[in-house]
Design a protein around this ligand. Structure first.
Ligand SMILES: *[C@@H]1O[C@H](CO)[C@@H](O)[C@H](O)[C@H]1NC(C)=O
Ligand SMILES: [Cu+2]
Length: 559
């Protein structure tokens, strides 16, 4: 980039800063380097205290990290190493949380009342920390800490997936009964359980699909399928196979064609994402599954392909692409506010797992970190390579959208104990990736209120099929507004549980004659809980592709 263009970017940046629009002041180091803002920027902002194996947005400016039992440097008041922390996005400080059971490779999901539930894990150390395999953890928002219910799960679950059902209960699916490099029949857990239990007693139910998909079926990919019949239809995918499962009848209603290419589940880890759903085509669901590997071999090049499949179209076939042209195992897929998708993290070869041996002789089972994300446009089906990070994010990395439109990236820990002086160390650095859409000159909307309530003071209750009124400030006489509701999900191991994006119909919007640069925007919420499950979500407005200053923290529920 020549100096003149750089100058224009600087001026653009200053104008944005004047309007208090950009989230972070541009650091001097970025201004000195000739940064191409059309590719976005990376900033290392803080230390997660515990390694970011699992991450979940718990409030507009707070993320909870969950690691596993290891000697993290963040200590709790009792002097023990923390294995979970609450990260404040304003101060960039991590606060230790209290977890006494091992959360190694567990899962999470929100109840309809907005409470975060976490479950499963691995064995304790028989001294200070206890077994987490049958533990269910509740994050108590009032005390700001975890409550652990040990022995609640009827069976051991390591590497399960959790989703919130349309009725607000949580389904905990699959996993194995102990940690392993790859699943096997002796430790497979081909069942699911429901919390809170419908008949008062926690119980496991068979799911034979998790037997037929051995050995690559840990952290199964699970997504709700929208429908208008009030059915609880669930897309479940593992290895190369996918089904639609009717939870009401316990029957498989559709067996989809196998996804061409390699395997997609741990340790040949790929990722899955439901493409943004829209009222304009009655929420026609398309799943996209990307990356993975063909063989559990260190030298095996990762898969450079994705498949897209329309789940409710009769005889639908997988539509394949080249994943932007870059092989990637352990990718993360994260929605941006404008409905585009960021594919980030992972490696160009190998598979998920801990390294073998110690120190300089460590043999890493995944290599060739892919340092740049792709921006995927689900409509145009195009990939754009973005700016690179400097930090490899290999096994046990995470990515999550933040309400200000940026993306938090953390984790990477392919060691079985905290190890810093090694090729891929236990990583504590938290990065914020600021996508190109925050560096345009397109005016950024600022949502002031929802149903006359100021936003993000407390979670605002909204209902299915409701029309809500937003007051939006924007310095534009001709805005092109769109709206969406996003569930940011609980992310671990390239699996973002419940992540969901639904466009909202804008019924109308008009100038607020009482205040300059202000609009009244009436937005219709989705008609039923199969389209997006009840729970805590964020409502966004964007102008062209320029996201609002912050999404609105809402609790969507039945009336
Ligand atoms: C939500 O429900 C769970 C389980 O019934 C309960 O433990 C939790 O306290 C509830 N949360 C709120 C905010 O009511
Ligand atoms: Cu793991």
């Amino acid at each position: 980039m020549n100096v003149k263009i750089l100058f224009i970017f600087l001026i653009g940046g200053l104008i944005l800063l004047n309007e208090q629009i950009i989230v972070n002041a541009l650091p001097a180091s970025l201004l000195e380097r000739q940064v191409d803002y059309t590719l976005g920027t990376w900033n290392i902002v803080g230390d997660s205290g515990v390694s970011g194996m699992h991450a979940v947005l718990i409030a507009p400016r707070k993320v909870i990290f969950i690691d596993r039992l290891e000697q993290n440097h963040l200590k709790r008041p009792d002097g023990l190493a923390a294995i979970s922390s609450e990260y404040d996005l304003d101060t960039n400080q991590a606060r230790p949380l209290t977890v006494y059971t091992n959360t190694f490779c567990s899962a999470g999901s929100f109840l309809a009342n907005g409470t975060l539930i976490e479950a499963g894990g691995s064995g304790g150390d028989k001294i200070n920390y206890r077994d987490g395999l049958q533990t269910l953890r509740i994050y108590d928002q009032n005390i700001g800490d975890w409550i652990e219910l040990e022995g609640i799960l009827p069976s051991n679950r390591w590497y399960p997936t959790m989703i919130t059902l349309p009725n607000g209960n949580i389904m905990i699916i699959g996993g194995s009964t102990g940690s392993t490099g790859v699943n096997k029949p002796e430790i497979n857990n081909p069942t699911f359980t429901i919390y809170p239990p419908p008949n008062g007693v926690m119980q496991d139910y068979n799911l034979d699909f998790l037997t037929t998909t051995l050995p690559y079926n840990l952290y199964p990919m699970v997504h709700l399928i929208p429908n208008y019949e009030g059915k609880t239809l669930i897309f479940i995918f593992a290895s190369q196979q996918g089904i639609a499962y009717d939870l009401g009848t316990g029957q498989i209603v559709t067996t989809y064609p196998n996804l061409p290419g390699g395997f997609r589940s741990y340790p040949l880890t790929g990722t899955s994402i439901m493409l943004p759903l829209s009222p304009t085509d009655n929420y026609n669901p398309t799943i996209m599954i990307c990356g993975g590997n063909k063989a559990q071999e260190i030298t095996s090049i990762s898969e450079a392909n994705c498949g897209r499949l329309e789940l409710t179209t009769a005889n639908a076939a997988w539509e394949m692409d080249n994943f932007g042209g870059t092989p990637r195992v352990m990718p993360d897929a994260t929605y941006l506010v404008d409905g585009s998708i960021l594919f980030v993290n992972g490696g160009g070869s190998g598979f998920a797992g801990l390294h073998k041996g110690k120190g300089a002789n460590s043999l890493f089972v995944a290599n060739d970190p892919v340092l740049f994300p792709y921006l995927y446009d689900p409509f145009a089906k195009t990939y754009k390579a973005l700016a690179s990070s400097t930090i490899p994010r290999m096994y046990h990395s995470v990515s999550t959208l933040l309400p200000d439109g940026t993306v938090l990236i953390a984790g990477s820990n392919p060691s079985n104990e905290v190890t810093l002086d090694i090729k891929f160390p236990t990583e504590y650095r938290v990065e914020i990736y600021t996508p190109p859409y925050l560096y345009t000159n397109t005016p950024r909307p600022n949502i002031i209120s929802l149903q006359s309530l100021p936003i993000n003071q407390q979670r605002i209750k909204v209902f299915y099929d409701q029309t809500i009124t937003l007051v939006v400030q924007i310095k534009s006489t001709d805005p092109s507004l769109k709206a969406a509701i996003i569930h940011h999900g609980f992310v671990t191991h390239s699996t973002n549980m419940n992540q969901r994006y639904v466009y909202l119909e804008i019924e109308n919007f008009f100038i607020d004659t009482s205040t300059a640069d202000q609009y009244i925007v009436n937005v219709k919420l989705p008609p039923n809980p199969t389209i997006i499950a009840p729970g805590p979500h964020y409502i966004y407005v964007f102008n062209y592709d320029s996201p609002c200053v912050s999404g609105v923290d809402v609790l969507l529920n039945a009336q």
